[in-house]
Design a binder for this molecule. Structure first.
Ligand code: AHM
Ligand code: MG
Length: 334
């Protein structure tokens, strides 16, 4: 126990790393950590408690919501509201922006985008799911927050992270000064620093893509997949294919082991499936801070113009050399 650093301690110790070191961002991150623990507790009870199954309502993307999606959404928004630092939330589960802390005396300075429970189709089969979050300093200086506060490019994020609810539960975040990972110790109910200064290997041999969609992929992606499968000793090919169907879990594995995750355009998702604001941007910030690369095959994810809160984008993210190789195929064939 001697060298244990909890998330709370770490955030305070590293406050000087924050662009605005007044403690507000620290409190916001702490609030997210608290909500993560509550959501984790419910996820671990899934199957025991009568909480599994569909609510019956559909979210903005027309997908049926599961009870835990709704629960996680409520928990994160409640924590952000109670903390007082967050003026606006965008969530995958809410069609419109959610305005919080209207009381001007609170002077809430941040806008947060979340996917409260990503990969939720995996819950009822006991497979890892995740939360992603992206934090911006709001642009409007006073009064009620507005949508422009969140329609900022990914480069403007002041912090971002994810929680992976897997064989253990981890919270990984960045404030632009590297990436640190914390594992939840259920015996003391604290996230403890377990993965300091995470770096993604420059290259790897894992590729993660839903190959069932192969026929609908752009030619460049098809050619890259074939490249991954060709035998070549000098580059350690053929690579290994790993696809969980929970982006956070796929990305977390690739961050540690080295690899690339691709969700390109398909016939069903002509602009890509994943959402720029609360899925691609936070994960791109993390991966870049860990030394990796994240693009849409042509352009850096963090520099893409954000026009609407549920905007979709294709994504190529992971070990720098692997993403660069995939981009070469995109440039040549797509
Ligand atoms: P969701 O936000 O509805 O859960 O969708 C996002 C998820 C990602 O976590 C995952 O990588 C991807 O969708 C899987 O999609 P597919 O089943 O089309 O491969
Ligand atoms: Mg999602």
């Amino acid at each position: 126990m001697a060298n244990l650093t909890t998330l709370g301690q770490f955030i305070i110790e590293r406050q000087a790393d924050f662009p605005y070191a007044k403690g507000e961002l620290s409190r916001l991150l702490r609030d997210i950590g608290i909500a993560a623990k509550v959501v984790n507790r419910e996820i671990n009870k899934a199957g025991l408690a009568d909480i599994l199954g569909e609510v019956g309502t559909t979210n903005v993307q027309g997908e049926t919501q599961k009870v835990l999606d709704v629960y996680a959404n409520e928990q994160f928004i409640a924590a952000l509201s109670a903390g007082g630092e967050c003026a606006l939330v965008v969530s995958e589960e809410n069609e419109e922006i959610v305005i919080l802390n209207k009381d001007v005396s609170k002077n809430a300075k941040y806008a947060v985008a979340i996917d409260p429970l990503d990969g939720s189709s995996n819950i009822d089969v006991n497979v890892a799911v995740g939360t992603t979050f992206s934090i911006f300093r709001r642009l409007s200086k006073e009064g009620e927050a507005n949508i422009n506060d969140i329609l900022q490019k990914g480069t403007e994020q002041v912090a971002a992270g994810y929680i992976v609810y897997g064989s253990s539960t981890m919270l990984v975040y960045t404030t632009g000064c590297g990436v640190n990972g914390f594992t939840l110790d259920p015996s003391i109910g604290e996230f403890c620093l377990s993965h300091p200064d995470m770096k993604i290997p420059r290259t790897g041999h894992i590729y993660s893509v839903n190959e069932g969609n192969y026929v609908h992929f752009p030619e460049g992606v098809k050619k890259y997949i074939k490249y991954c499968q060709v035998e070549d000793e000098s580059t350690n090919r053929p690579y290994t294919s790993r696809y969980i169907g929970s982006m956070v879990a796929d990305l977390h594995r690739n961050l540690i082991k080295g690899g690339v995750y691709i969700y390109p355009t398909t016939a069903a998702a002509p602009k890509g499936k994943l959402r720029l604001v609360y899925e691609c941007n936070p994960l791109a910030f993390i991966i870049e801070q860990a030394g990796g690369r994240a693009t849409n095959g042509y352009q850096r994810i963090l520099e893409i113009d954000v026009k609407e809160i549920h905007q979709r984008e294709s994504i190529f993210i992971g070990s720098t050399d692997m993403v660069l190789k995939a981009e070469e195929f995109m440039a040549e064939y797509s």
